[in-house]
Structures are given as structure tokens and as C-alpha cells.
Write a protein that binds this ligand. Structure first.
Ligand SMILES: Nc1ncnc2c1ncn2[C@@H]1O[C@H](COP(=O)(O)OP(=O)(O)OP(=O)(O)O)[C@@H](O)[C@H]1O
Ligand SMILES: Cc1cn([C@H]2C[C@H](O)[C@@H](COP(=O)(O)O)O2)c(=O)[nH]c1=O
Length: 225
């Protein structure tokens, strides 16, 4: 019996790691077989090319780095994690929660293309590459943590303040990237049926517990409860 693969997707600082942890702990308390993974898998050698890409070794302008090459770096990292870490668990009926997945390539690499036609061609290629050719499992459901652009920009500024203005990776440094990424949410949720979870209310972040309660309800529904 095959299990379920649920993805927690969203922009920088949207609460993906927090929500993945809260959901993992809740499902564990329920007695469900559950595992959590995150991508990139920074602790693994398999993410070496991703780390080179994000620190700018192939160019400091993310837009100028070939999106097919960058997508492949992330995909092989996922392949290593899947094959070595959770393939059997998922196939034996386990629930796998992933903080980012192919869905992040869909967002962050797709936006390097300008026209809808180019973007659609890229997504067709990516699905074929990761799910058909590489044999990675398709998600059962994707939950997009929806934080409006203005709130994300504020969170990023606060984060920079805390680190004394230190800059992040080549995606985080690129404000245009952040804007394009948010603008792409609607097209991707439409194309793939992702579920958007509003993480703000009145321009402020909802509490992690409130977001979790809603996410948990959606997951229960996916599990047929
Ligand atoms: N709903 C929330 N409201 C306020 N703060 C939150 C909320 N969820 C998470 N945080 C805090 O925001 C910070 C970023 O959260 P988290 O690491 O979960 O986000 P992320 O999306 O995984 O971030 P990144 O994209 O940088 O990996 C953490 O300090 C976390 O405690
Ligand atoms: C998994 C994955 C990630 N990305 C992008 C998304 C982020 O900008 C970075 C990872 O940074 P994080 O802050 O550690 O989450 O990489 C991508 O483009 N494609 C992917 O598959």
C-alpha cells in the first residue's frame, strides 16, 4: 500500500519548517507512521551543487543561471534523499512531509522565464524530468503557506536587521525574484490544485498554532478522516 506525500511550500520565512514540525508532531501523537524531510538537503553531499549555486559560484544573478541546470541540481539532491531515506517508508504506507520539493523548482526556476508559453514548456519538462525520468513520487497534496509580498518583505527586513544586514543566498538577495515568485502563486495553484493557506490576518502573521490547526484539518481530509 502506498502512503502519502504532503508538501509544505511557501516563500522565505513563511513558516514552512515550523508548520512541518507541528504537523509531524501532531501526526505522531495520533499514532500515524510519519517522517519529515526538507529540501535542499543541506546536510547531505548530494546538495553540493545546490550550495554552489545558492552562494553564487555559477553567477551572482540567479536569473542568469540556466534554470534547467539549476533544476537538475535540486532534483538530484531529492533523488538521493528519496532513494536512501524514505522510498521504502512511503511505499509501505508511511506519511512523508516535505518542507519544499519539486514545487520549489516550479516556483523559483519557472520565474526565470518571462512568457506564459515558456513557463508552461518549462513545467512540462520539469514534471517529466523529476517524476517520469527520475522516478520521484508526485505529491499527494501541496499546501502553500500564503504570506502577502508586503509582509514577506517586512519579515526579510527584520531578519536582515537581526543578522546585522548580512545578505542571504542569490535568491534572497534578489528582490525581483521575491516579487515574481509571489506573482506566480496563482498560476501554479490553478495548474496543480495546490491548497493555499492564508498565514496572515489584517496584514499580520497569524499564530503558528492557528495556521497549524487549519493545516491539520486539511491533512485529515486528505487522509480521509
Ligand atoms: N506564524 C508565524 N508567526 C510568526 N512567526 C513565525 C510564524 N511561523 C514561523 N515563525 C517564525 O519565523 C521564523 C521563520 O520560520 P520558519 O523557519 O518556520 O520559516 P521557513 O519558511 O522554513 O523559513 P526559510 O524559508 O527561511 O527556511 C522563525 O523564527 C519562526 O519561529
Ligand atoms: C528545494 C528547492 C529550492 N529552491 C530554492 C528556494 C530557495 O530560494 C532556496 C532554498 O533556500 P531555503 O531558504 O533553504 O529554503 O532554493 C529551488 O529553486 N528549487 C528547489 O527544488
Amino acid at each position: 500500500m502506498s502512503g502519502k506525500l504532503f508538501i509544505i511550500e511557501g516563500g522565505d520565512g513563511s513558516g514552512k519548517a515550523t508548520q512541518t514540525r507541528l504537523l509531524y508532531e501532531h501526526l505522531q501523537r495520533d499514532g500515524r507512521p510519519v517522517r519529515a524531510v526538507s529540501f535542499p538537503d543541506y546536510d547531505s553531499d548530494s546538495s553540493a551543487l545546490v550550495r554552489m549555486y545558492l552562494r553564487g559560484d555559477f553567477g551572482s544573478d540567479a536569473n542568469a543561471v540556466n534554470p534547467y541546470a539549476a533544476s537538475a541540481f535540486y532534483a538530484v539532491d531529492r533523488y538521493a534523499s528519496y532513494q536512501r531515506g524514505w522510498k521504502d517508508f512511503l511505499h509501505d504506507g508511511g506519511i512523508v512531509l516535505a518542507d519544499r520539493y519539486t514545487t520549489s523548482n516550479m516556483l523559483y526556476q519557472m520565474i526565470k522565464f518571462e512568457t506564459p508559453a515558456e513557463r508552461a514548456a518549462y513545467l512540462d519538462w520539469l514534471e517529466d524530468f523529476e517524476f517520469n525520468k527520475m522516478g520521484l513520487p508526485r505529491p499527494d497534496q501541496v499546501f502553500l503557506l500564503d504570506v502577502p509580498l508586503a509582509v514577506t518583505e517586512q519579515l526579510m527586513q527584520e531578519r536582515q536587521g537581526k543578522t546585522g544586514g548580512a545578505t542571504g543566498d542569490i535568491h534572497e538577495k534578489n528582490e525581483d525574484f521575491l516579487r515574481k515568485c509571489h506573482a506566480a502563486y496563482a498560476a501554479l495553484t490553478d495548474r496543480y490544485g495546490w491548497q493555499r493557506l492564508a498565514c496572515t490576518e489584517g496584514g499580520r502573521m497569524r499564530t503558528p498554532e492557528a495556521v497549524h490547526a487549519e493545516l491539520y484539518r486539511l491533512v485529515q481530509r486528505e487522509l480521509g478522516c
